[in-house]
Design a protein around this ligand. Sequence first.
Ligand SMILES: Nc1ncnc2c1ncn2[C@@H]1O[C@H](COP(=O)(O)OP(=O)(O)O)[C@@H](O)[C@H]1O
Ligand SMILES: [Mg+2]
Length: 359
Amino acid sequence: MENPFKFGTIVEAEYFTDRVDEVAYIKEYVKSANHLVLISPRRFGKSSVVAKTVKQSGRKHITVNLQQVTSVSDLSATLLREFFKVHPLERIRHLITHFRVIPTVSTNPVTGSMDVSFQPGADGTVLIEDVLTLIERAHTEKDRIIVVLDEFQDILDLAPNFDKQLRSIMQNQKHINYILLGSQESMMTDIFENKKSPFYHFGQMMRLGKLPREDFHRYLSERLTKIFPESCNELADSILNYTNCHPYYSQQLAANVWQVGVLQQGIENPFETAIGHIVAAHGLDFERIWMNFNRTNRWILKRLSTGKPLQSGEYRTSTIYSALKRLQKDGYVIYSDHYEMEDPFFREWILASEETPFA
Ligand SMILES: Nc1ncnc2c1ncn2[C@@H]1O[C@H](COP(=O)(O)OP(=O)(O)O)[C@@H](O)[C@H]1O
Ligand SMILES: [Mg+2]
């Protein structure tokens, strides 16, 4: 029997649950001439919800993850390659003749997909302008294309002043709906809410929360029932309590509970066993990360893990606050209505290490 839970990649179809309102909202939004900015901590389901929506919209769309491009030139080539997936080269060849630097386009004989590259050393600012102009020109106001830029905060690392250039190109475009996703809350807020930023008030801001408990519970127990017909409800509860409804970690834990149930039929404590497996599998990583934390960070993470208050007089409020901000930026801590550790298994590891002191 195939594991009915999936984590780590974009989830679709039977692995995707709820987000009904979000899908409807995004769909409605890209019908207008506006752009959308979607923010949440990593692994909340941004890429998945946007992938589902653009697919359902029936419109032409391309997606590029800025975490996976190394330069402006690489971004331009990647955008162009994605563009060729929705527009056959033959039909837009005449538009490419306007390019100041002509790309090398070849068909990969193995995958059948297009490979695109620009000559090394070509000026990225010229390339990106030509590529985005091509995308604009191939469309009309009635037939807008959706361009999704994932992990958009990475734009700031790509090249100095690139944000400014990109904004000035996008400014005049009328045939593209941009959806910009980002997982670093503070950076994204700075890009779109800071008056000095070129992307100030570029689009509608939307924040993605965790999945609603009731829906997620149903999703988990419906699937767990095949292996745990009697305890599936209880297991779903335990999982969501433990992960605090985090989409990724809940799927990860459920997948492991399932696995334990399949391999060790009739096991009494599948939930604890699964947690044990996951923590053990990541133990080395956790240890390495922990060793690189300074004393303040360690103290904060221990307090968050044990649920003890941070305002205990041990550290100054300003010290705690700036450390929390950093930990949040680096993805170890998330804030919804309170600060919590992002990874429940790291929390578990810290708690276990409390008993056998290591620091
Ligand atoms: N709608 C959903 N239903 C079920 N699981 C989801 C959903 N959205 C996300 N997940 C879980 O979270 C993981 C991360 O999703 P992803 O879209 O990559 O998040 P992000 O782009 O915010 O980092 C997925 O692999 C899946 O396990
Ligand atoms: Mg993503």
